[in-house]
Design a protein around this ligand. Sequence first.
Ligand code: DOR
Length: 429
Amino acid sequence: MDLLIRGGQVIDPATNFEGMADILISESKIKSISQKIPPPKNATILDAGGLYVFPGLVDLHCHLRDPGDPEEETIASGTRSAALGGFTSIACMANTDPVIDSPALVKYVKSKSQIEGAINVFPIGAVTKGLKGEELTEMGRMIGEGAVGFSDDGKPVVSAEVFRRALEYARQFDVPVISHAEDLELSAGGSMNESFKSTILGLKGIPHQAEEIMVMRDIMLARAFGKVHITHVSTARSVDLVRKAKAEGVAITCDTCPHYFTLTEEEVEGYNTYAKVNPPLRGEKDLEAIIAGLKDGTIDAISTDHAPHRAEEKNIEFGYAASGMVGFETALALVLTELVEPGSLTLKKAVEKMTLNPARILNVKKGVIKAGWDADVIIVDPKAEWTVDINRFASRSKNSPYHGWKLKGRVLYAIVGGKIVVKDGQLAV
Ligand code: DOR
């Protein structure tokens, strides 16, 4: 069946296109894009006048909790939550139970996604068996089953020697190694940013250095042994370190998440466990530096770190609460409302950091609106104002600090491989 998206404001950073255009989708592929396409017979027509048309968003870092915790999320619920947020491709982390550290488990996630998923799922395999930081996984065979990258996310790979071997190994397959940068001794026992605020609240802090020391180490290793991608960057100095490393030609990329450019440690006030995340929310200067890093290209991508948690893991004492927040359904609107609208980032740059750049980092053929490419496209109403209501999330978990926020920008359609999965802002699958 043919699908014609007519008269939308198309933004495609890959082809550097920004303007009114029609897009014709035939079967699962984009057939053509041009100013005026006569509707083929029997084509479904979507009128996108006054709306944005972007490549489907690509999230290089999320948690789907399958296998292990279907109460928190499943591939069915997580991919639907992602689709509502405009994501058509997501890469899910390996810190499940059991850990995704074998070809069989990669195959499990991949095939389950094909059966019950609403969008494309790209598994990230663990760097080390059981996330123990000791023995490397069988990367080659895991790639054979569909792994697109490797990470022990949730934890760092503590041993520089093991991490070095991982970089050398991954380099042979041209897949990214994604670093959760945290010095576990410096962060031990901490539950929020270490600052005046943590002292006032009587909570043990996590100093900036816990992240920055690992970022420095990773830069040193990337300089010599292979590419590193640093995920969820949260501090000003981390941004600075990556900026300098890039200027020196080190093969390093990084991402941040919406909570690091929209929230600060102030959010923890009242012991709000929905604001507990790892790395922790930082100070105002860090937030500003993150925005500057997005602006000047130091930060390549925006990921969600969608981290669903059960109510009983959050409705407890701050120090004991689980870290993480759900992010799929608020990410794009936060970017549009908090970065694009105030002029901190151009719309094209914002789209690039949520489509083309994460796709390039993962080395997957996504994030481009061009004839012959997969028909993964979203239609967004930039003027739609809405109030975040966690009870309406498609995610099984509700742990979001954005409940009650008024945001602008809503995904009306999500098309995945030519199939409409979100229609008029509602799930169609
Ligand atoms: O806040 C976080 N939650 N950070 C991580 O690195 C892991 C994640 C999770 O799995 O819940």
